[in-house]
Write a protein that binds this ligand. Structure first.
Ligand SMILES: Nc1ncnc2c1ncn2[C@@H]1O[C@H](COP(=O)(O)OP(=O)(O)OP(=O)(O)O)[C@@H](O)[C@H]1O
Ligand SMILES: Cc1ncc(COP(=O)(O)O)c(N)n1
Length: 262
């Protein structure tokens, strides 16, 4: 059986985040990767030098081409940039009756460059969250989506509940932006909370951690794994990828997509 996953996201010319991180992660987890590119970014380990969105029509064509011939088992969304693009993606998810949808609500690159227009946040809440099987916000993204504070674990759990009430099936709150030496990622399934704790690795090479983590979840869901199994593998994947970074580029380097073996 060949498992297939589609990523609808932005291209990172530097290869560490976005479409490139997604496809490398799919491949490493033995899932055939396909893509619909929403925007081309000129980017490296030093930052984002340019953002060039594609037309809604160009993205629609890419999604249709994949959908009619290659039927993905799971779909991930990353940088969507505008409300028009979000509306299109929501429409296509419904049209093709895709259910295993992982929404990574990418808003800002690590260096601060906006990857989602401010006015598009409402479209994300209204159109995409109700279709999300899994939502993977980092702490600043969860703050924007819920208007709640994320300082304590309790506050993060309250925010997860709110996101679940907004229509998300499973909420995975990433803990990379937390304080201290311990990182805690939280999964909420509407009834219970599950926590994955890990040691924070002291490195500046964390470009693309969010994309890679969500892509690993997507790959596992494409194989028919449960959300609990998927988050478990994704957590081990990202831990290995950050532990064994490649030390390339002079800024915030990429993670190592070769490091994890199932
Ligand atoms: N320094 C680190 N050491 C170990 N794990 C990390 C580190 N930084 C992030 N992670 C893990 O990587 C995953 C992504 O978390 P993070 O909160 O950094 O996402 P993100 O902010 O969306 O990433 P990105 O910077 O790509 O946007 C989580 O599982 C988190 O625990
Ligand atoms: C095209 C694209 N998509 C997503 C990210 C987020 O990743 P990061 O926060 O690690 O820069 C990015 N930088 N570029």
């Amino acid at each position: 059986m060949v498992y297939k996953a589609l990523t609808i996201a932005g291209s990172d010319s530097g290869g560490g985040a976005g479409i490139q991180a997604d496809l490398k992660t799919f491949h490493q987890l033995r899932v055939f990767g396909m893509s619909a590119i929403t925007a081309v970014t000129a980017q490296n380990t030093l930052g984002v030098q340019g953002v060039y969105p594609l037309s809604v029509e160009a993205v629609e064509r890419q999604i249709d081409s994949v959908a009619v011939d290659l039927s993905p088992h799971a779909v991930k969304t990353g940088m969507l940039f505008s409300h028009e693009m979000i509306e299109l993606v929501a429409h296509k998810i419904k049209q093709y009756k895709w259910t295993r949808i992982v929404v990574d609500p990418v808003m800002i690159a690590k260096g601060g460059a906006p990857l989602l227009k401010q006015e598009a946040v409402e479209a994300l809440q209204r159109h995409l969250l109700p279709l999300a099987y899994v939502l993977t916000p980092n702490m600043p993204e969860a703050e924007v989506l819920t208007n709640m504070q994320m300082e304590t674990i309790e506050q993060r759990k309250e925010a997860a509940k709110k996101l679940h009430d907004m229509g998300v099936r499973y909420v995975v709150m990433k803990g990379g932006h937390g304080e201290g030496n311990e990182l805690i990622d939280i999964l909420y399934d509407g009834e219970q909370f599950y926590e994955w704790k890990s040691k924070r690795i002291d490195t500046k090479h964390t470009h693309g951690t969010g994309c890679t983590f969500a892509a690993a979840i997507t790959a596992q869901l494409a194989k028919g794994k449960t959300i609990y199994e998927a988050v478990d593998v994704a957590k081990r994947f990202i831990q290995a990828a950050v532990e064994q970074t490649l030390q390339i580029g002079s800024g915030h380097g990429p993670t190592n997509h070769w490091a994890f073996h199932e």
